[in-house]
Design a protein. Structure first.
Length: 91
């Protein structure tokens, strides 16, 4: 019976994940993560860094300033926050 129900339920789409460095923990249950992506220039081919900040939900407050963390996309939790903390990779 349960096998039949599980086969009818469609699997979730894969969510985006990013790895970055925590640059701020001053907000309550929120961290700011800086992600650096290396991309080539479309015309000249020179590799440049793209730096983007993500606001992520940290329920337990386990991430500290300077930690390397993995975050995952989620539903919008506030105006700016639509990512959540998955794991702390390195303290």
């Amino acid at each position: 019976m349960s096998e039949n129900i599980e086969s009818q339920v469609e699997p979730r789409n894969l969510r985006k994940t990013r790895v970055g460095e925590v640059v701020s923990t001053k907000m309550d249950k929120t961290i700011v993560v800086r992600s650096v992506t290396r991309v080539p220039h479309p015309r000249f081919g020179k590799i440049t860094k793209q730096i983007k900040k993500f606001y992520a939900h940290d329920q337990d407050g386990q991430a500290q300033l300077g930690d390397t963390v993995r975050i995952m996309e989620t539903r919008p939790l506030s105006k700016l926050k639509c990512w959540r903390l998955i794991e702390v990779i390195k303290h």
